[in-house]
Design a protein. Structure first.
Ligand code: ADP
Ligand code: MG
Length: 383
């Protein structure tokens, strides 16, 4: 059983006196931008409750830090300027936007600092941390999606400034902690591309869930390790030995699909089949599998889902994932969902309100399941 965080010791923004203080706020504004426009503002909206709370409690000033993608050094191709425009629109007030070196001399009521990854954010740099800390009295961490990283804004900066959790991080921690004290039966559903990125999460889920349904491309590596035929489906050969070693530990909980939608290539005719002949690739789970998954969902009282069941971007192979989304939205279980493509699928076929918790962290959610005391959360708990 994984350790459970002591939620009573979580320091939240509501426990801190912010009146008259300069608050540094770490958000996740890593949003999709096309032609200088933010095309999905979900993450920006998610930061608004904390920002509004801070203003309602009369902070002197808010300085926001965020990253955008993965620039190698200073590169205006990765500017946060479009985010500033969107944030102004959503808050209906001017937002100052500055490069880090111009932070001295800036005094906006709310200031967004240019992409923090233009500087030594990923190096967990003590000098950058110290420099940043000079500008503020309090640090509010509200970027759950990077909590699994040990970066300047998720670690060193917290050693310099009094730190607490914003509302988004608080919500994530409280909802995801339920995984360790779930209502039962607890069904975990894991899919997606690579077993190498999710095997540890699957192992951790086998310790807490009653059933772990595994779909997506990752099953073909498992099936190969078990000596089953997978045709030309996606396999990670370097993972086969590891799976062989781990299988005994997880086989009691893991349920694999019984049939598949196969084709010779993504453009060719799609066929429903119980096995995968040599020349074929499996792109989705089949009807029997979907039926079994629906039955498991109908009996479950607690469900965690990450990762699509098939290559859902192609409509011939979307059925497994679409039916999963539909069954989950009608389920009365407590439902937690997260993951990049998982969220795309939910946006396509359902809406976020139909789920109890939509995590803003893909990787962070998976890592939280492995060990909830993520680096970025350590400093948010009182000793
Ligand atoms: P998430 O971002 O939700 O955690 P992943 O990144 O792990 O999910 O995986 C998503 C990708 O997995 C999707 O783009 C999908 O096309 C792919 N995928 C799922 N099943 C298959 C399959 N059978 N063959 C090829 N690709 C697949
Ligand atoms: Mg993904």
């Amino acid at each position: 059983m994984n350790s459970i965080l002591d939620l009573k010791k979580l320091k939240t923004v509501e426990q801190v006196n912010v009146k008259g203080k300069v608050v540094m706020l770490r958000t996740d504004y890593n949003v999709p931008i096309v032609d200088g426009n933010v095309i999905n503002d979900f993450r920006i909206r998610k930061s608004l409750p904390t920002i509004r709370y801070l203003f309602e409690h009369n902070v002197k000033r808010i300085i926001i830090l965020s990253h955008l993608k993965n620039p190698k050094g200073y590169d205006k191709a990765f500017t946060l300027e479009p985010v500033k425009n969107k944030l102004q629109e959503l808050l209906n007030m001017p937002v100052e936007f500055v490069d880090l070196e111009k932070l001295i001399g800036s005094h906006g009521k709310i200031t967004l600092v240019e992409n923090i990854r233009f500087w030594k954010e990923k190096e967990n740099d003590p000098f950058l941390a110290e420099f940043l800390s000079e500008f503020a009295d309090v640090y509010v961490f509200d970027a759950f999606s990077v909590a699994h990283r040990k970066h300047t804004t998720t670690w060193s900066l917290m050693e310099h400034l009094s730190t607490c959790a914003g509302f988004l991080v608080e919500q994530e921690i409280k909802a995801l902690s339920k995984i360790f004290q779930p209502a039962r039966p607890f069904l975990a559903i894991i899919g997606g591309a690579k077993i190498s990125t999710k095997l540890n999460t699957i192992k951790a889920l086998c310790n807490v869930a009653d059933y772990v349904y595994v779909g997506g491309a990752m099953i073909f590596t498992i099936m190969s390790a078990l000596g089953q035929k997978v045709g030309k489906s996606l396999v990670e050969p370097e993972m086969i030995e590891t799976i062989k070693k781990e299988w005994d530990e997880i086989k009691e909980k893991v349920i694999l699909p019984k049939d598949f939608v196969i084709a010779r290539n993504p453009e060719a005719e799609a066929i429903l089949s119980d096995n995968i002949p040599d020349e074929f690739i499996a792109y989705d789970i089949g009807e029997k599998s979907i039926q079994e998954l629906k039955e498991l969902i109908s009996k479950a009282n607690f469900i965690v889902w990450n990762g699509p069941m098939g290559m859902f971007e192609n409509e011939k192979f979307e059925v497994g994932t679409r039916e999963l989304v539909k069954s989950l939205e009608n389920s009365s279980a407590y439902t937690i969902v997260g993951g990049g493509e998982t969220i795309t699928a939910i946006e396509g076929w359902s809406s976020f309100e139909k789920f109890d918790h939509v995590s803003t962290g893909g990787g962070a959610m998976l890592k939280f399941i492995e060990n909830p005391l993520l680096p970025g959360l350590v400093h948010l708990f009182k000793n």
